[in-house]
Design a protein around this ligand. Structure first.
Ligand SMILES: Nc1ncnc2c1ncn2[C@@H]1O[C@H](COP(=O)(O)OP(=O)(O)OP(=O)(O)O)[C@@H](O)[C@H]1O
Length: 276
């Protein structure tokens, strides 16, 4: 299978209070086309920075990123990004927000009307795919957080990107809405065949969504472990309580704690309570 994303030897530093802060240290990662890869790791390990570099929103100090075999030189229509804060235009309706990211090709002015018609149809079908047909004339302020994030996903899909980069997209949602959104994004991805790179703090979310979970360690940010998720492609709620799933969740959480030196020795807590 071809790799949709190839990250090769990426370095990145930022200026910090005590001089240059090495945030990504020789990070390499290959993401196969059509896969759903989730990135987890302790706060500050460079997950968002890595995602922003792949998006072309941040440049690397060293190394290269290839998308579809070509080195990136900035943002491109082949990659769409979904952030935690929805980033919708408040003055546009649901339908207008989705249509906004249409891919108008400048050399097709002859077919403009035809193209606009096709784009409106695609926007309507994406709005229907995310379950918001009845709300297409509403404005973002009239919608719940979950509904806004559905529009953000529909909008990201509008330009038919081969890759969607998601940075904690469900981080601001309540637990129930979050689970609904997870299933929605899986369905959408299956239908559209998009490759996903998804950053999250939530290990359960990472395992439920990802075909692979990439764990990064901090100071400096490095790839620590890549876990293959041994679940059937079609996920369902029952898998969240599957013993194998729960065991892997525990393993990943413990490894994240290890990477920041936070492993809990509970017997030590017991001895403190006993006054030892
Ligand atoms: N533009 C910037 N300027 C200076 N430092 C930055 C900048 N962006 C990120 N950093 C620093 O780089 C490090 C990694 O940040 P990043 O947001 O990539 O981590 P993260 O793993 O996504 O964190 P979190 O899980 O808390 O969102 C942090 O120490 C952060 O303070």
């Amino acid at each position: 299978m071809t790799n949709a994303i190839e990250i090769k030897g990426v370095f990145k530093s930022f200026d910090g209070k005590r001089g240059r802060n090495l945030v990504l240290d020789d990070v390499s990662l290959s993401i196969a086309a059509g896969t759903f890869v989730t990135i987890v790791g302790a706060s500050g390990c460079g997950k968002s920075t890595l995602l922003r570099i792949v998006a072309g929103l941040e440049s690397a100090d060293g190394g290269i990123v290839l998308v579809g075999g070509k080195e990136i030189a900035g943002p491109g229509v082949d990659r769409a990004m979904v952030f935690q804060d929805y980033s919708l235009f408040p003055w546009l309706t649901v339908a207008q927000n989705v249509l906004f990211s249409r891919r108008l090709s400048a050399n097709k002015y002859d077919n403009l009307a035809l193209e606009r018609d096709a784009e409106e149809k695609r926007a309507a079908s994406l709005i229907s795919l995310v379950g918001l047909s009845a709300s297409q004339d509403l404005y973002p302020s009239q919608l719940s957080g979950g509904m806004r994030q559905r529009i953000a996903i529909a909008r990201a899909l509008m330009s038919k990107p081969s890759i969607i980069l998601m940075d904690e997209p469900f981080g601001a949602l309540d637990a129930q809405t979050r689970e609904v959104m997870q299933d929605l994004v899986l369905d959408v991805v299956e239908q559209e065949g998009t490759t996903i790179m998804f950053v999250t703090h939530d290990v359960e979310e990472a395992l439920y969504l990802g075909t692979q979970v990439v764990l990064m360690s901090p100071h400096p940010g490095r790839i620590d472990t890549i876990y293959d998720v041994p679940l059937p492609k079609k996920r369902d709620e029952q898998m969240r309580i599957d013993p194998q799933f729960l065991q892997l969740k525990r393993t990943v959480m413990e490894r994240i704690r290890d990477t920041v030196g936070l492993s809990l020795d509970r017997s030590a807590v017991g001895s403190i309570e006993a006054g030892a």
